[in-house]
Design a protein around this ligand. Sequence first.
Ligand SMILES: Cc1cc2nc3c(=O)[nH]c(=O)nc-3n(C[C@H](O)[C@H](O)[C@H](O)COP(=O)(O)OP(=O)(O)OC[C@H]3O[C@@H](n4cnc5c(N)ncnc54)[C@H](O)[C@@H]3O)c2cc1C
Length: 413
Amino acid sequence: MRVIVLGAGIIGTSTAYWLARDGHEVTVIDRQPAPGQETSFANGGQISASHAEPWANPATPWKALKWLGREDSPLLWRLTRYDPALWAWGLRFLANCTSERTRLNTGRTLRVALYSRRLLKAFNQDNVLDYDRRADGILHFYRDAREFDHACQAAEIMKRFGLKRIVTDAKGCVDREPALAAAQPRLAGGIFTAEDESGDACKFTQALAAMAKGLGVRFLFEKSVDAIECQGSKFKAVRVGQESFMAEACVLACACFSPALLKPLGLNLPVVPAKGYSVTLTAGDGAPHLSLTDDEHKLVFSRLGDRLRIAGTAEFTGLDMSMNQARADIILRKTQDLFPKAGSDPEFWTGLRPVTPDSVPIMGETPIRGLYLNTGHGTLGWTMGLGSGRYVADILGGKPPDIDPEGLGLDRF
Ligand SMILES: Cc1cc2nc3c(=O)[nH]c(=O)nc-3n(C[C@H](O)[C@H](O)[C@H](O)COP(=O)(O)OP(=O)(O)OC[C@H]3O[C@@H](n4cnc5c(N)ncnc54)[C@H](O)[C@@H]3O)c2cc1C
């Protein structure tokens, strides 16, 4: 089948790779000059399947209220900004913050995340890609004893989903990551997940794109898609300026920019941008090696070869990608506070997480025949990347997917 994939981030590239493996004739269109140049460019690097709890959970509204109006908080939502789509999304998000919905959404998210991690491990056995991979787990550490207590209870619940979470005290955290030694008196404890991984999502996306190219995938860069065209209720073509690209099927994987392409077709895609920041340092003597998550400051740390990547914060400020340098500097200061010799030469970056109200991605066919979605991966697009591509390639090819499609499609909204 002739298939067009829109977007060459981790999600679009993975979809194109698997489609080509299945024998489809694939063209990828992206507005950037290379793969992985937007949200997949400098993210936190974690394959954190074991920590795939949804943002929408009973604790979030209270934390959000606590953080409201604080410029140094991990979450920034400007109440002065009136954006009806964002407010409608916010109400749906709140509706997903009940215990029952959290359980349901956790199950759905984990289904995709664990599948994807399994696939990535198998993929790495058959292929050698250079993307600064570390497969030695993730340590999530806590300073607040009450938060740590909650996390220990959550670890018990997560065991029911088959996740192995090792609860450890402050000394145990330092044993696993000696760079935390100076911070030990401030730590309440940590949760270690041995099967999680980390690596550079952009490098992986580019290496996978090269493999896809080898399988015959055609990449068209620096082409900004203006419209998706239909004939009746069937996909017909993609329009880029005066050019039209025809195919039998199309997969939309344009992250936060997907809703605008669907709206003229009468489809409402509840995906909004949550801007995040990262800082990449040339790693110093005191930089951690193990991938870490600082629960209090909502920061993740990944060692990418001789670099240290630190990422976090969420700003609901629309499609604006500009950098608030004061907030970026806070990430650097918090890092230096934990690891005084973390590194040098900071490079700052912002990216827009494509977030759904229930924290579950939106994958599968739309009511328009031949038009498929692979988007809304929020905080976990790197974690879910390889599996999401395989899943949508299966659905598109009419094969039963390896995981249950329940609750993963647009029809759940
Ligand atoms: C600060 C931060 C930290 C993160 N940390 C992690 C982490 O540790 N682990 C994890 O799993 N996830 C993490 N994420 C989330 C992850 O990065 C995203 O979920 C993932 O990159 C989304 O991939 P994507 O392919 O959907 O989007 P993108 O990589 O943004 O790809 C979409 C592509 O569509 C193209 N496009 C858009 N509109 C058009 C158009 N009109 N025409 C043509 N092309 C178009 C863009 O150019 C882009 O290349 C983080 C995100 C951020 C911001």
